[in-house]
Design a binder for this molecule. Structure first.
Ligand code: NHW
Length: 423
């Protein structure tokens, strides 16, 4: 599966050694907090960093369908691939619209590099505002993603220039912390998660080499074993505007279980869980998805009290299949946020009630993913996922995802890591 390389070489990092991040091998900090202090705006560098000649900076206006498509095109050909270059993330233009424009976004944080002569977009990096709680401390930050350099411009030390420029743009808006994830190991992960995969369309996954028939197994038996029920166990309905307050409350309360979480306003909840549902009818080509659909969020409503007791969310992120004669696209869904009020019942964690409810809830997410004609359903070893992966027939992937904070010290986050807790 996807997840990028895991460079185990903890050697010199010419760029990262200069940045306010914990250096590799540094001991755990005494206290959580910034590494370098914030600067008043007049002390922030006012000029863009120099680019190699023949290139120029360009702020991308994602509201402009043409520029949205330029970012899509760059990423669809040059973004993250798996270790043996079989699959490449294929974020849709609608996904990028959704991901790059949360409430309070800044267009200046959508940083592109163009060839001066023909204006072709050849590199990109983005930030979006986020409020984080890390352990007991809440702070505003920038979530950095979609760093991408055209394949023909690799290994020329352009990435550090992009990173410095997006950092400067964040500083200009008064933001001095950031969060980001990567398949690669750089200084210094605060947590590492593993990818797990639940096969839905086994024969296609076999066809494209995403998975293999293990010894003592046949394809037919694998297909049978991975069959997903036709209907959900819980009585679910898609989230609606009237659920936003309840879902926000449930989300906030459930997230208290974890040490690093986003703090979401009502607008954030509306954006994250409601705005990505796509428009109009289920796609004509028998896709099982709405046109432009990016997310699915379902709620469970108690029929008597009409209270929202549970919710889950899935995002749709297909990958291009690089060398298959038969299939172009791997249709993948990813488990996003979820919550259940069962977690708040006395003793529910200890006596297994929570685990059972999560199995039912995420089991239903699999049914929805299957109905949407997705080929595979992915999850990371974070939140409470580890407790349900095995029973729901997820298999371990070969990708890792490292989590990083910029200009913030905290000791390694336990619980998210797979070290020790996945058997
Ligand atoms: S991770 C996905 C990154 N993108 C891809 O993997 C796409 C395919 N690859 C490429 O486009 C999600 C290129 O290979 C890239 C590197 C552009 C990755 N994060 O230009 P050079 C994100 O988007 C360091 C951070 O020669 P290149 C998160 C590398 O360690 N650093 O390499 C992004 C080395 O530094 P060192 C990375 O292959 C978070 C230097 O870049 C990195 O042509 C960004 C080499 O540069 C990565 N994924 O281009 C940080 N990959 O010190 C945000 C390589 O080791 C920080 N490098 O010598 C916060 C900023 C905001 C702060 C706000 C206060």
């Amino acid at each position: 599966g996807l997840g990028g390389h895991n460079n185990k070489d903890l050697g010199a990092h010419k760029f990262w050694a200069t940045q306010p991040v914990p250096q590799l091998g540094e001991g755990p900090p005494l206290d959580d907090g910034y590494i370098e202090p914030s600067k008043p705006s007049e002390e922030v560098r006012q000029e863009a960093y120099p680019l190699p000649k023949d290139f120029e900076w360009s702020t991308l206006d994602i509201n402009d369908p043409k520029q949205n498509k330029e970012v899509y095109d760059l990423l669809s050909l040059n973004y993250v691939e798996d270790e043996d270059a079989s699959f490449r993330f294929n974020y849709s233009a609608e996904f990028l619209q959704w991901a790059l424009k949360p409430p309070g976004y800044f267009k200046e944080w959508h940083v592109g590099v163009r060839v001066s002569s023909n204006k072709k977009l050849v590199a990109f990096i983005s930030g979006v505002p986020i409020t984080l709680r890390v352990r007991g401390k809440v702070f505003t930050a920038s979530e950095i993603n979609y760093l991408c350099i055209h394949k023909k411009l690799r290994s020329k030390r352009l990435a550090p220039v992009l990173i410095k420029e997006v950092t400067r743009q964040c500083h200009l808006k008064g933001i001095f912390q950031a969060i980001y994830t990567a398949g690669v190991v750089i200084p210094t992960p605060i947590s590492v998660c593993r990818y797990y995969h639940r096969a839905l369309n086994v024969s296609k996954l076999l066809d494209v080499g995403f998975t293999f028939v293990p010894r003592n197994m046949t394809a037919a038996r694998m297909i049978r074993m991975n069959k997903v029920p036709d209907s959900t166990t819980l009585s679910l309905r898609p989230i609606e505007e009237r659920d936003v307050v309840a879902v926000a409350e449930l989300f906030t309360q459930y997230m208290r279980r974890f040490d690093m979480v986003p703090v979401m306003s009502l607008e954030d909840v509306r954006h994250q869980f409601l705005s990505g549902q796509g428009t109009g009818k289920i796609g004509d080509g028998g896709e099982g998805r709405r046109v432009g659909q990016v997310t699915w969020t379902y709620v469970v409503e108690n029929p008597e009290t009409h209270k929202i007791t549970d919710f889950f969310s899935i995002y749709y992120l297909p990958s291009s299949i690089i060398n298959s004669p038969k299939h172009e696209t791997l249709e993948a869904g990813y488990l996003y946020y979820y919550a259940t009020t069962v977690a708040f019942q006395e003793g529910a964690e200890e006596d297994g009630r929570l685990k059972k409810q999560l199995q039912t809830l995420i089991g239903d997410a699999l049914v929805i993913a299957n109905q949407a004609k997705l080929d595979v359903f992915n999850a990371l070893t974070l939140m409470d996922n580890v407790s349900i992966l095995k029973d729901l027939k997820f298999g371990v992937g070969d990708g890792f995802l490292n989590f990083y904070l910029y200009n913030w010290r905290t000791s390694k986050l336990a619980g998210m890591s797979d070290e020790g807790d996945v058997k």
